[in-house]
Design a protein around this ligand. Structure first.
Ligand SMILES: Nc1nc2c(c(=O)[nH]1)N[C@H]1C(S)=C(S)[C@@H](COP(=O)(O)O)O[C@H]1N2
Ligand SMILES: [Mo]
Length: 411
């Protein structure tokens, strides 16, 4: 990419065409690979009195049903803030970089693939995952939800693409610049802001998912991957990146992904970036039956800060903890598989897992997290449950004497 002059010329030439692309939906579907066909493999759980229904497609990853750490692409979770998935012709699609740069650039998908690439294993997690909102709107009050519907908005893939720093350096970021604001090509033009320091660190523009092109649901032909940070930073169908000198408080950040905080007099904290340490036991878990005698407890742990260093297991409701085996491979900012050999004696039990990451940060209990947020534990039991996003509390699974297992987080 040293042909800056021709890039600039091409950019100017394409500006007009891009304006047309931005306005016009209904691009012809062309040459999409089989792996990129929409696959609606699992449906929404029943909703009970949903409080906010936007045009929204949601699919949950069946975390209980696969082994290892890589989520099979057809069951990667989906959070799409529009009524349908865009139908993008990769030959027409362009990524533009403009704003506070010396050389505004426009890339075809072929040009992106010719640039230096990286392949990295990272989790991607919706900021609403494992929140009480899911319990409040989807749970039958008499029945705990399976892990898929409480925790299934996190998935982990090997993503391949171009480091954003390569693209930004090519465009020449001006020294007053400090943030990016960027937008997808879906109907809702989903957009987000990102501090420049993170953009230059480990963010990349991905075109590959587990060796295949991105699945349509995951942002085909390209998406942002912002490792370790909450899902909405990773804008799908990426089309425009504008380099700016301030955060933009886009709708998705200020309205849809903020949470009102009682300890701040009802003000919302807009900027939540990095996921804290998290983990969940996926087998056996809610809705399953505990066998008598030997059972392998298994689950996933991850952290937005780096590698998982340790996972502890409690079977007695947090009174005592023992270290689980970390199965490996252990990647930074990636799901990490753990196992723990146990024998169930037929008595009531409470299973919990607790993640510690390489920075020494430890996953909090719900009580600790609640206190940290300036809330009361009783708040979770109110009929209008707080819209808790950014949750990373320890998940308790209750084992009854008859072997049935249920969610004991908010139930
Ligand atoms: N263009 C676009 N990007 C988007 C979204 C969207 O609706 N449109 N949803 C965001 C949210 S809220 C999340 S959690 C992740 C979900 O990514 P996935 O659907 O690939 O799992 O994408 C983010 N990027
Ligand atoms: Mo999300």
């Amino acid at each position: 990419m040293d042909s800056n002059k021709s890039d600039r010329r091409r950019f100017l030439k394409q500006a007009a065409a891009l304006a047309g692309v931005a306005a016009g939906a209904g691009l012809a579907a062309k040459g999409q690979p089989a792996s990129a066909q929409p696959q609606h493999v699992h449906n929404e759980p029943p909703r009970r009195g949903a409080r906010y229904s936007l045009d929204h497609l949601t699919h949950y990853t069946p975390l209980q049903d696969y082994s290892g750490i890589i989520t099979p692409a057809p069951v990667h979770f989906v959070q799409q803030h529009s009524s349908h998935l865009p139908d993008i012709d990769p030959e027409q699609h362009r990524l533009t970089i403009h704003g506070m740069v010396d050389r505004p650039l426009s890339f075809t998908m072929e040009e992106l693939k010719r640039l230096p690439s990286v392949s990295r294993v990272h989790f991607l997690e919706c900021q609403g995952n494992s929140s009480s909102t899911i319990h409040a709107t989807r749970a039958d009050p008499n029945m705990g939800l399976p892990v898929q519907y409480i925790w299934g908005m996190t998935s982990c893939s090997e993503w391949s693409g171009v480091p954003l720093s390569v693209l930004l350096n090519e465009a020449g970021v001006q020294k007053e610049a400090s943030w990016l604001v960027y937008e997808g090509a879906d109907a809702g033009k989903f957009n987000h802001t990102l501090p420049l320091a993170k953009a230059m660190d480990d963010v990349f523009v991905a075109y590959g998912q587990n060796g295949d092109p991105l699945r349509v649901e995951q942002g085909y032909p390209i998406r942002m991957i912002v490792p370790g940070w909450e899902g909405p930073f990773s804008v799908k169908y990426l089309r425009h990146i504008k380099v700016v000198d301030q955060p933009y408080n886009t709708w998705n950040e200020s309205m849809n992904h903020s949470v009102s905080r009682p300890d701040l007099g009802g003000k919302a904290r807009w900027y939540h970036f990095q996921w804290g340490p998290k983990s969940v036991i996926t087998r056996p878990s809610g809705g399953m039956q505990m066998p008598k005698g030997y059972v392998q407890i298994t689950g996933l742990a991850w952290s937005g800060a780096g590698r998982v260093s340790k996972v502890d297991i409690s079977t007695d409701g947090g009174k005592s903890w023992k270290e689980a085996k970390v199965q490996g491979p252990v990647h930074s900012k990636a799901h990490t598989r753990f196992t723990y050999d146990w024998a169930w004696d037929g008595q009531e039990a409470m299973l919990q897992s607790r993640c510690t990451d390489e920075t020494g940060d430890v996953q909090p209990s719900l009580a600790e997290l609640t206190q940290h947020w300036g809330m009361q534990l009783a708040d979770w039991k109110k009929p209008e449950r707080p819209r808790a996003i950014h949750m990373n509390a320890i998940q308790p699974w209750k084992v009854a004497r008859d072997g049935s297992i249920s969610d004991a987080m908010f139930a």
